[in-house]
Ligand binder design. Structure first.
Ligand SMILES: [Zn+2]
Length: 327
């Protein structure tokens, strides 16, 4: 009986399912039931040699018989096909008294797959801003992840529940009494749990090892995972810093970066740290606001640095030493 020799087409078909992974001569032989001493045994080596020449696979390091199966990339056509705008209708937090969004909202362009970063000092309202993104977009069924929302026993944190109750202008449940949002008890490995094509709110994102340069990688994975949705991620920021912890690494992947600082003793200030796309220049602009009952944003107005004293004169007639005046 004549022996059937393994064909390169069969191996190619198998490799197509292994794109991005490593294979070995032995793993291929075992996949096809090829035993030592047959003609196919040597054929596998020859076939893989050919594929390496064609750049379907790439030998890994100096180990012999180990290959990385390359992900095959096809050119993407630009002209001659219809384009979708990819615009994402994200509603920004509103002033409870005026029902108006932060005024930059009308100038920011948000597209599917964008990442909004809220980088703030402790206790000055970054969670309030995140909660207001949740509230204003509740009809889009947002997803919530992070330790502000659930505790280690997998239950909603009392603080989260109390915030929901304070936001009495929002209908949190549908007609049958079920949550309009999806709460996931996830506190690490966020990219694996992001729900694709939805608004995913992460409060907050931490690098446990303290290796802050890794936050860039993490944020890029989150961005990829949201698909046609949008990511809203909260991170910590040191006082006076112009970026979140992780510095430039955090900025790189943000499409819109909102920096939250304290504004005087009672209020908070939101500054646009980065805005990738807008109809007018927004970077560096600031808005002050008060927070009532932990979640209600009030008295939102654009502010600018005091040009008379730059915050250096406690008895400055313009700013009383705050360093900021209403615009
Ligand atoms: Zn002043």
């Amino acid at each position: 009986m004549s022996e059937n020799i393994i064909k390169s087409d069969e191996v190619r078909e198998y490799l197509r399912q292994q794109e991005g992974r490593e294979v070995t001569l032995d793993s291929i032989r075992s996949e096809f039931g090829v035993s030592r001493g047959t003609k196919s045994f040597d054929a596998v080596r020859n076939i893989m040699y050919q594929f390496a020449q064609q750049r379907t696979v790439k030998p890994v390091g100096k180990r012999s018989g180990v290959y990385k199966v390359l992900v095959q990339v096809q050119p993407v056509k630009v002209f001659g096909q219809e384009h979708k705008s990819g615009l994402f209708n994200l509603v920004f937090p509103k002033d409870r008294d005026t029902e108006m969004e932060f005024s930059f909202a009308e100038d920011v362009v948000i597209r599917e797959g964008d990442l909004i970063l809220i980088a703030g000092v402790s206790n000055y309202g970054k969670t309030a801003i995140a909660m207001n993104f949740l509230a204003e977009n509740i009809e889009s069924s947002p997803v919530l992840l992070g330790n502000e929302f659930t505790s280690s026993d997998g239950q909603p944190t009392p603080r989260f529940v109390s915030r929901l109750e304070s936001m009495d202008w929002v209908k949190w449940v549908n007609g049958t009494g079920e949550d309009k949002f999806t709460l996931l008890p996830v506190m690490s490995d966020y990219p694996e749990y992001i729900v694709k094509d939805r608004i995913n709110i992460l409060d907050w994102v931490n690098i446990e090892t303290g290796e802050h340069y890794q936050i860039g990688t993490l944020l890029s994975e989150i961005k990829r995972a949201v698909g046609k949705g949008v990511g809203v991620a909260v991170i910590q920021k040191s006082e006076y810093a112009t970026a979140g912890r992780g510095g430039q690494f955090t900025k790189d992947f943000a499409d819109l970066e909102l920096l939250i600082d304290k504004h005087g003793e009672m209020e908070s200030r939101l500054t646009i740290g980065k805005c990738k796309e807008s109809t007018k220049s927004l970077t560096g602009k600031s808005w002050a606001f008060g927070i009532f009952q932990g979640v209600k944003l009030v008295n939102i107005r654009e502010v600018k640095k005091c040009k008379r004293c730059y915050g250096k004169n406690d008895s400055c007639p313009d700013c009383n030493g705050l360093g900021w005046v209403d615009k």
